[in-house]
Design a protein around this ligand. Structure first.
Ligand SMILES: *C/C=C(C)/C=C/C=C(C)/C=C/C1=C(C)CCCC1(C)C
Length: 253
């Protein structure tokens, strides 16, 4: 039944439906990336397997949510905000776990992981408040977005300059290199999301709405979020994957 329903709706998708298109591409890309990460596992040394496994879990959780979001959007023609935030609340903390896992070689403590997870949850919960609870109140939408942005910058600080950076520096070599690339993902790749928020939320920027038409604003937000997810989830995973490749003795050149 569900299958029939979604086939019908996919068949109905208009050629200029960029939101539907990016949901569709997103679900396929996340699924393909998961298969790739899972099937590569056996080629790595044990200590790198957990990291690559987590990369696969991140894209797999996203794939399942993208199937839901695609159908939700097709059936209701509105943003699947709830599923979006459930997906992020599961996958963003797992990205924080990745930082901990690769820095374990330099003696990273669980406390570092929990601090990163804590700030990521603050960032997402306040973002959700801004999109849902504060709906119709531009000032509060701007305030929640700002609080979320502060939590985001705390994460950026911790990995670029704080204790995570010190561990990465002491690990050196391939770990430091991978850590630095992940830092760029968080600084530039994750910055795509507040951009989506600003475009789609009434009070996203100093209480202003950039895109006048509410429907167009919603669509811009979804497309930007979908692009952000593909870049960040798959890209992050590939950085971990190549670290595992270069650091595993079992892999033949
Ligand atoms: C796979 C999903 C990822 C990496 C999601 C990341 C989401 C963010 C970095 C969201 C950040 C936000 C702000 C910094 C302010 C406005 C509200 C948010 C939640 C969009």
């Amino acid at each position: 039944m569900n299958f029939l329903l979604s086939t019908l709706e996919v068949a109905k998708m208009a050629t200029d439906d960029y939101v539907g298109f990016t949901f569709f591409i997103g679900s396929m890309a996340m699924m393909a990336a998961s298969a790739f990460f899972f099937l590569s596992l056996s080629q790595f040394d044990n200590k790198w397997r957990t990291s690559v496994l987590v990369s696969g879990l991140i894209t797999f959780i996203a794939a399942v949510h993208y199937f839901y979001m695609r159908d939700y959007y097709a059936a209701t023609d509105s943003s699947p905000t709830f599923f979006r935030y459930v997906d992020w609340t599961l996958t963003v903390p797992l990205m924080c776990v990745e930082f901990y896992l690769i820095l374990k070689v330099a003696g990273a403590k669980l406390g570092l992981m929990w601090k990163l997870i804590f700030w990521s949850v603050v960032m997402l919960v306040t973002g959700y408040f801004g999109e849902v609870i504060a709906l119709g109140n531009p000032t509060m939408q701007w305030v929640w977005g700002l609080v979320s942005g502060i939590a985001y910058f705390i994460i950026v600080y911790m990995i670029w300059f704080g204790e995570a950076k010190k561990l990465a520096t002491s690990a050196g070599g391939a770990v430091l290199k991978a850590h630095n690339i992940l830092c760029w993902f968080v600084l530039v790749g994750w910055a795509i999301y507040p951009l989506g928020y600003i475009l789609g939320t009434e009070g996203g920027l100093f209480g202003l709405q950039l895109v006048e038409d509410p429907k167009a604003a919603q669509e811009a937000m979804d497309v930007v979020y979908n692009i952000g997810d593909a870049i960040n989830k798959i890209g992050f995973g590939l950085v971990i994957y190549s670290l595992a490749v270069t650091s595993s003795k079992k892999v033949e050149a």
